[in-house]
Ligand binder design. Structure first.
Ligand code: ZN
Length: 325
């Protein structure tokens, strides 16, 4: 074979891999019920149930020791076995993408259950356990298929973010989880990733107000807490004109305060946009390195700390990065 021809073949192979239209589903994420698929480098070992608890599978990435538990009730055992390798594959992809320096870390658990009212144990030593509902026939409702390949990669990124107790601003934690989670989903189930991207861009297109990302999750008073402290006249004017605010001072108890969770769907999409723009300008590796460093410590990450890290890592201003989002 001539040198030119082999180079052409390599180029063709690269183009094939890069094309989402031709990307393939990860076999361990699409196996039919009743099968127990394996994934390279992932071990799956049944564990005896603890007192008053369900049995589980311990799913471990052999090379790094990272692991999670996959619990199941009686009617969901086949479903658990059919997706355990897929969940292990996620941990392997996640630790590589995130540049996770740890070894032997335990990640969020899941529980395959037919009980829609299942309540997970929430003791201090219990890892958070995400329920994946299984149908009366032991099979997967569509929502639960999505849960395995879309929701779990996203939630596992949150587990990584919390590894040292960091509390990032909401747009950072959700943008990071959505950006990394979708990249993992793309490798496991390209069609599911496409559907989710379409959903996110639809949410953003339908939104008529700015996402106001910097305020997402910030604390503000409930409207009724202000209403009760103003005159009847001002109250009537506030109801007629939502932009009108009488001058203070007002006093609030902790029960009067809520986190700003308005316009949430568009905010997920706008946060993803920020991460994708950073990726386009600086490359995925640089964005992963920044997110890992930002979440390496404990406690609340203030806007000042964040602005400093954006400047150090990217040479950009946080205000410009968020723009009018
Ligand atoms: Zn999230």
């Amino acid at each position: 074979m001539s040198r030119n021809r082999s180079r052409l073949l390599v180029l063709f192979a690269a183009a094939t891999l890069a094309s989402p239209a031709l990307a393939r589903q990860e076999p361990s994420c699409s196996a039919p019920l009743g099968e127990r698929p394996q994934a390279a480098g992932i071990s799956i070992v049944p564990e005896a149930p603890g007192a008053d608890d369900l049995p589980s599978l311990r799913v471990t990435v052999e090379a790094t020791g990272h692991f999670m538990r996959v619990f199941f009730d009686e009617g969901s055992e086949r479903a658990a076995w059919s997706r355990a390798a897929c969940l292990g594959r996620q941990l392997d992809l996640l630790t590589a993408a995130l540049g996770d320096p740890r070894r032997d870390a335990e990640w969020f658990s899941v529980v395959f259950t037919q009980d829609a009212d299942y309540i997970p144990p929430r003791g201090p030593d219990d890892k958070e356990r995400w329920p994946i509902l299984i149908g009366a026939d032991g099979g997967f409702p569509d929502m639960s298929r999505r849960m395995v390949v879309v929701t779990m990669p996203h939630e596992q990124v949150h587990d990584f973010q919390k590894r040292s107790g960091a509390i990032p601003p909401r747009w950072v934690s959700e943008g990071h989880a959505t950006w990394v989670g979708l990249a993992i989903t793309e490798q496991l189930d390209p069609a599911a990733a496409r559907t989710d991207r379409d959903r996110l861009s639809g949410d953003l297109a339908r939104s008529t107000v700015p996402a106001n990302l910097a305020q997402w999750g910030s604390v503000r008073p409930r409207p009724e807490a202000i209403m009760r402290q103003v005159s009847a006249e001002d109250r009537a004017r506030m109801q007629a004109d939502p932009s009108y605010m009488p001058s203070g001072p007002f006093s609030f108890t902790s029960a009067d305060l809520i986190g700003d969770e308005s316009n949430m769907l568009a905010r997920y999409a706008a946060s993803l946009e920020v991460f994708e723009e950073l990726e386009a300008r600086h490359g995925a590796r640089a964005v992963h390195d920044w997110a890992r460093e930002v979440t390496a410590g404990s406690g609340r990450i203030t806007p000042d700390i964040l602005a400093e890290s954006v400047s150090t890592h990217f040479g950009e201003r946080l205000d410009d990065l968020l723009g009018d989002r």
